[in-house]
Ligand binder design. Structure first.
Ligand code: ADP
Length: 265
């Protein structure tokens, strides 16, 4: 058994990569974030997104739509490899900050059906965590039992891991201050929403969902939807701006209200 409940931190692709340039890591940000994570007192599980590594490949080969053409096989392989490369950067940054990080490859232990997790073999990850290792997982190209292949988003993964590993809390890092009434990069008048609950969400979901995103995994509205499912199981989550120095450090040290809280209300 894990004695202390782990804290799950998702590093968004928008924070650790430059989404405008294929395969570009934000090295300085990643180094800083690894240092901030090293301040944590609880066991950590890290999940990261695909950013400019996973998404261009996945969308070029239509991986999220499932298998329909033999040419997608190289696409699946390339998408996974792109994620492994980004993962290597993340793991190395964490190691340099003194964290004993180890990659756990989602596509080797997870199956999905219609894009939703069907099974995930977490015994090794659980054992590593008990030992004091920081497991590092990521959004990945995975086998889909109904569509042949698919994309497992980091956002779906954090929620599944939180349930299975009995997480204390989830911190989701993005490059804006939290969830706004509209995309703050497009609408200057967008207002930051401090708390979202299963009750308040239906009233605010529409404009947020309409904003969509460049990603194959559904953007901000999708994050909120995934996290709300967890709020219903009484695990709180917060979406914070990790592009700003020390916000993640304060969050891992227990501070609340730094971004948008997703709670039961
Ligand atoms: P990541 O890849 O880091 O997980 P995403 O790119 O999927 O993150 O989501 C973060 C982005 O969502 C922000 O950069 C922001 O521009 C965009 N976005 C769209 N709609 C909203 C909204 N209503 N509130 C906040 N951000 C939004």
């Amino acid at each position: 058994m894990i004695k202390t409940k782990p804290l799950i931190v998702k590093l968004g692709g928008s924070v650790i990569t430059d989404k405008r340039r294929k395969f570009s890591v934000r090295r300085a940000a990643l180094r800083r974030l690894a240092g901030e994570l090293a301040a944590a007192k609880e066991p950590l599980v890290i999940v990261h997104g695909g950013g400019s590594f996973g998404h261009p490949m996945a969308s070029k080969y239509g991986i999220a739509g499932g298998y329909g053409d033999k040419r997608q096989l190289i696409g699946l392989s390339l998408t996974h490899r792109a994620m492994e490369k980004l993962n290597a950067h993340v793991v190395e940054a964490l190691q340099r900050a003194g964290l004993p990080a180890m990659a756990v490859q989602p596509s080797a232990c997870t199956t999905v059906i219609d894009g939703r997790i069907k099974s995930m073999e977490l015994t090794p990850a659980r054992k590593l965590l008990e030992l004091g290792i920081v497991p590092v997982l990521y959004g990945d190209a995975v086998p889909d039992l109904s569509r042949g292949m698919g994309i497992l988003s980091g956002d779906q993964l954090v929620v599944h891991l939180a349930r299975e590993l009995g997480a204390s809390r989830i911190i989701v890092c993005v490059d804006v201050d939290g969830v706004y009434t509209a995309n703050p990069k497009v609408r200057k008048s967008a207002k930051l929403i401090r708390t979202i609950t299963p009750t308040s969400w239906p009233g605010i979901a529409e404009p947020i969902s309409a904003a969509g995103g460049p990603d194959v995994t559904g953007g901000m509205a999708n994050k909120v939807r995934e996290l709300l499912a967890l709020a219903e199981h009484a695990v709180e989550a917060e979406i914070i701006n990790a592009a700003k120095p020390n916000i993640l450090r304060r969050a891992v040290l227990g501070e609340r209200g730094l971004g948008t809280m997703i709670t039961m209300g």
